[in-house]
Design a protein around this ligand. Structure first.
Ligand SMILES: *[C@@H]1O[C@H](CO)[C@@H](O)[C@H](O)[C@H]1NC(C)=O
Length: 507
């Protein structure tokens, strides 16, 4: 710790300028307008929720905007934000140590999020996508790329594969279907034709929800060295040009049930005498083949990096995108008062967002919900839960300051997430993939190819979860059915019959 200058005390300090931290600060401005709030952010831009819309009892939609750190003070008079990297905290001293000195708190909320789980952290040919900084790097690299390898099967991998144009993509997923973090194989099947579609010929389609505005000051790097910015929000890619070198819009080859076994440089490939495999389907369309020399050009093409997959295939590419999720990133505690962590590395919090250290709270990707969850809720490190947890932590801190307890917010009653994959609206409700239900559940499915995919997860005649893809208009009804726990066995399969208006039954 270089500077020991003490900046005095704030009632509340929040560490982290991502969605959880900023939502926490904004809620504190709302419920504790007379108390001093200090937000410490490692990034020069903070993320703020805009156009918030509740579209059901638990379902919500919002946009995320990036703003200058100082902007929060214009909106929230009692909140001050400082761009600084936190090096450690001390629960005993009630102090936060930063590169700009020491800050004291009465109550502290840690919202430092996670860092990408990188496939090969030291390899210069592997990039992780997590914050705006890494998206910029992706754009720069794409400008000179002909072929890339995307590893991962979650939301970010799915969006990258869909959004990137003019570049061949090999998509390596560890499961037997795509996007499996969110949807089942039926839904993946529904999406598959989209991988082949030429997006440039698509007519209109639903508009994107978000414009990502960057209010960056020129010459100011958006991350403090050695730290990382907040997670990306919904539709982080819109308005961002993600184009590679080749002309074709979409060339994607999926390798199922694989992981990356080894990564080689061109030199290591030459020395080992290994040869790269030809990518099925991709190569015959590739613009590279049309260049003089045909096949040979491609076969002899020396790629910057080669990945050996667990199925034995070796593919060359310009770079590898590792989108395999995030690891929570707790700050260092200075004394014997350490934060209790869950098995996934997150900071354990109770149903009042408290860690095991007095007056220290945590919210968002950093924390692991360690209360007994309602039967329709589970934690997923998503922006919607980051917002909910940040706002709820602020309410808890305020209540505790007055000696009151909070009862768990209703938003934790049921898992609800709204997103967009392959330009389709996707709504996930409750145990949408039968999470924790055992084997005696049933699935009711209705599919109209290219239009909609509806799946209801049923157990004992009750709806436990659902996946709604496309403009199904069923989200409110299904949300109610899941929350009510109503016995629906008498409807059997008619439940999804488009000619049966379920809503009428339950009004
Ligand atoms: C919190 O948990 C950590 C890790 O389990 C433990 O070392 C520490 O003593 C606990 N502190 C308190 C005050 O319970």
């Amino acid at each position: 710790m270089e500077a020991r200058e003490n900046h005095g005390a704030s009632k509340y300090i929040i560490i982290g300028g991502g969605i959880a931290g900023v939502s926490c600060a904004e809620m504190l401005a709302d419920v504790s307008p007379d108390d001093s709030v200090l937000l410490l952010t490692a990034s020069s831009l903070i993320k703020s929720v805009t156009n918030y819309k509740k579209i059901g009892k638990t379902l919500e939609e919002f946009d995320v905007e990036e703003k200058a750190v100082s902007s929060i003070n214009t909106q929230c008079a009692n909140v001050r934000a400082i761009h600084t990297a936190v090096s450690a905290i001390s629960a005993a001293q009630h102090e936060v140590y930063t590169d700009q000195g020491v800050f004291s708190y009465e109550k502290l909320c840690i919202c430092t999020g996670g860092v990408p789980k990188l496939l090969a952290p030291q390899n210069p040919h592997v990039i992780g996508i997590r914050d705006t900084e890494s998206v910029k790097e992706l754009q720069n690299r794409l400008a000179n790329a002909q072929r890339i390898l995307v590893v991962g099967n979650g939301g970010i991998a799915t969006e990258i594969v869909y959004e990137i144009e003019g570049c061949d993509i090999i998509w390596a997923v560890k499961d037997d279907s795509i996007t499996s973090t969110f949807v089942d194989c039926g839904a993946a099947q529904f999406f598959l034709p989209q991988l082949k579609n030429d997006k440039s010929t698509e007519s209109g389609g639903p508009m994107k929800r978000l414009k990502y505005t960057t209010a960056e000051t020129p010459g100011v790097s958006s991350s403090t060295k050695g730290s990382h910015g907040g997670a990306l929000g919904p539709d982080w890619h819109s308005g961002i040009d993600m184009k590679g070198q080749t002309k074709k819009s979409h060339n994607i080859h999926v390798e199922y049930k694989v992981e990356v076994k080894a990564i080689y440089t061109a030199e290591e490939m030459r020395e080992s005498g290994k040869t790269a495999d030809v990518v099925p389907n991709l190569t015959e369309h590739s613009d590279l083949l049309k260049s003089p020399g045909g096949d040979k050009t491609l076969l002899n093409h020396s790629w910057a990096v080669y990945a050996e997959l667990t199925n034995g295939k070796i593919y060359g590419c310009d770079f590898i995108i590792s989108a395999t999720g995030v690891t929570p990133c707790p700050p260092t505690c200075l004394d014997e008062n350490q934060l209790e962590l869950a098995s996934d590395g997150g900071v354990k919090v109770d149903d009042n967002m408290r860690t095991n250290l007095t007056n220290i709270y945590a919210a968002g990707d950093i924390c692991t919900a360690s209360w007994k969850p309602s039967k329709h809720w589970h934690q997923m490190r998503l922006w919607s839960q980051a917002r909910q947890m940040g706002a709820y932590a602020a309410q808890c801190m305020t209540a505790h300051s007055k000696g009151e307890e909070m009862t768990l917010d209703f938003c934790f009653e049921m898992f609800a997430h709204s997103t967009k994959f392959f330009n389709y609206k996707v709504i996930l409700l409750g145990c949408f993939n039968a999470q924790g239900l055992g084997s005696d559940h049933e699935l009711l499915i209705r599919v109209t190819e290219g239009k909609e995919y509806v799946k209801a997860v049923m157990q004992d005649g009750r709806m436990m979860g659902a996946i709604l893809i496309g403009e199904t208009d069923l989200e409110e009804t299904f949300e109610n059915l899941i929350l009510n726990g109503m016995d629906l066995s008498s409807y059997g399969e008619d439940l999804l019959d488009p000619n049966v208006d379920i809503e009428d039954y339950f009004d």
